[in-house]
Design a binder for this molecule. Structure first.
Ligand SMILES: Nc1ncnc2c1ncn2[C@@H]1O[C@H](COP(=O)(O)OP(=O)(O)O)[C@@H](O)[C@H]1O
Ligand SMILES: [Mg+2]
Length: 215
């Protein structure tokens, strides 16, 4: 599939019992943001979950840097292509416990935990105080939880982020800070982002972008 960072072709999944189906193809080049747009219920979240291999497709195929997902076990794929849910999983314990949770899993035993400085940098860039690290994660607001979940994924250093309405619970100011962070992140390596967003400002924040309409 050429030089695309992520490509997917004819990904298919039934959306209901009445024959409504998601069938979608697309790709992202390195450094690019692909915006997924469409009406509520069109299957935008479903597409992200398929790309993140949280849900399986009944047909179609996806490639990461030309390598088919058939040749990459799902746990490995999920580390490289990180799905950040609109309703993130929050574990008991502090925010710091939550951020470091993935590093306790068997798959990541070889990977050292990120330095505290790195975590604090992300917190600062997203306008969160460092004192939040010691706060029970379940006491966070919706907007704080969304940013914690994004940081948790960033710390895993994926190649592609799948972001489901990441700015929906943020005010104008925090939205801008989040987009600024992602702007740098996506071109730094370069990496890629697939983002569901209804916000025109989110689109305008990324010069190298494409849109995919579904539904
Ligand atoms: N777990 C599920 N069981 C049954 N139907 C589902 C499930 N998850 C999503 N759907 C249905 O699939 C369709 C697409 O959902 P979704 O991908 O969340 O849409 P969007 O994110 O575009 O609003 C909707 O009609 C929704 O009701
Ligand atoms: Mg959705």
């Amino acid at each position: 599939m050429g030089t695309a960072l992520l490509a997917f072709k004819d990904l298919t999944r039934p959306l209901d019992d009445e024959g409504r189906r998601l069938v979608v193809s697309g790709k992202i080049e390195p450094g690019e943001v692909l915006f997924v747009r469409g009406p509520s219920g069109a299957g935008k979240s479903t597409l992200l979950k398929i790309l993140g291999r949280i849900l399986t497709a009944s047909g179609g195929e996806a490639w990461l840097r030309g390598c088919s997902w058939k040749d990459i076990p799902a746990p490995q794929w999920r580390l490289k292509v990180q799905y950040v849910s609109q309703k993130p999983v929050v574990f008991d314990g502090t925010v710091e416990d939550n951020l470091l949770m993935p590093f306790r899993f068997r798959l990541l035993k070889h990977k050292p935990s990120p330095p505290r400085e790195q975590i604090k940098e992300y917190l600062e860039e997203l306008q969160l105080p460092a004192t939040l690290l010691d706060q029970p994660a379940k006491t966070l607001s919706g907007g704080e939880t969304a940013r914690m979940a994004l940081i948790r994924s960033l710390l895993l250093e994926p190649e592609v982020l799948l972001l489901d309405e990441p700015t929906a619970s943020l005010d104008e100011n925090n939205r801008q800070h989040l987009n600024t962070l992602l702007q740098y992140w996506v071109v730094e390596k370069p990496r890629g982002i697939v983002m569901v967003s209804h916000n025109e400002q989110d689109l305008q924040a990324f010069p190298k972008r494409n849109s995919l309409f579904i539904g």
